[in-house]
Design a protein. Sequence first.
Length: 71
Amino acid sequence: MLEKLLIICCYFNYHPKIRLIEVKMGFGPTGKTEKVECIVCKKIYIRGNNNINPIIILIVIILFLLFILFF
Ligand SMILES: [Zn+2]
């Protein structure tokens, strides 16, 4: 049940469970970048300084609750 919710989060490009693979120190405004692997969907991606908007996560949770109610 909870894992399904996590996969939905992954679908919206928010990976709740990640494992750090590599950290690269950069220069300038970009700063450091982190290479991380998502434990849920096994996707490897670069995580920069841009944080995802928490409102998106809230919307995902609401959608999931609606999904449970209708099915
Ligand atoms: Zn993921």
